[in-house]
Design a protein around this ligand. Sequence first.
Ligand code: SF4
Length: 305
Amino acid sequence: MSFVFGPVPSRRLGLSLGVDLIPAKTCTYDCLYCQVGRTTQKTVHTNAFVPIQEVIDELKKRLEIFTPDAVTLSGSGEPTLYSKIDQVIAAIKRITDTRIAILTNGSLFGQGVVRRRVAGADIIMPTLTTAFEETFKTIHRSHPELHLKSIIEGLKRLRQMYNGQIFLEVFLLAQINDSQEELDGLKEVINEISPDKIQLNTVVRPPADQSAISLDMERLKEIRDFFGEKAEIIAETPLRRRWGQYDTMVESILAMAKRRPLRASDIATLFNMPLQEAEGVVKGLEIKGTLRQLEHLGEIYYMLG
Ligand code: SF4
């Protein structure tokens, strides 16, 4: 099993290596907008799903060939369901100085034990979509034991005990949580939570449910202005969407090549692809003049052209 993925270019963190601690698709929610697909294991019970040492060994190997801007605990489910996430954070800190971020739905922060487990991370990125219980259930199809009031209370308490940064993602869906009443409610609770940033997102990739409809950029900008100076839009641009995965990979390769020369074998390892395929990708970029070859001690490296 592979636990480390990426690097993934992200507007929020730069180039990030993802660490996936949760089997697909295990989550406390089953969001309308989920890009991983429908939740098959809906649970609120934490578990040590994978062996820490295997995760750390794999991460160490990736870090030998690439230094990311962040290591992100995320992936194919809710990372705070991993019962030893505090030990994973501590183990990552022993092998790298890179910032550690957690991409979480925040649903378990009502529990003090979960808040304490994540406190070693540098950035926590929880999601909040509404201040109303009914809308919460519609969007997240949450586990029956979860209640919005306790989640919001948990986020406020996290702010009080946590010294790192909180980037609060507000995921917006047309005709579900974009009315003025919804936005007024959100603004009030967000002020109480007091995150460092408010990051507005909407559907940009195929969602789990067709009823998840995105907001257009004009509306997102209006909402950003309504939330004030901490707010920013993080939804990907339509251009990147059109180009899809290949473009994302090329963007990562170019960003890495800017920092240090790369071999085709490095790209194959980083993107989990056959060497031949990686050679094809770099050759294409070389023909376009984006990358150029450099021979060093009998090995071929690629740098920005
Ligand atoms: S919380 Fe995240 S992983 Fe879980 S269902 Fe929602 S979008 Fe998918």
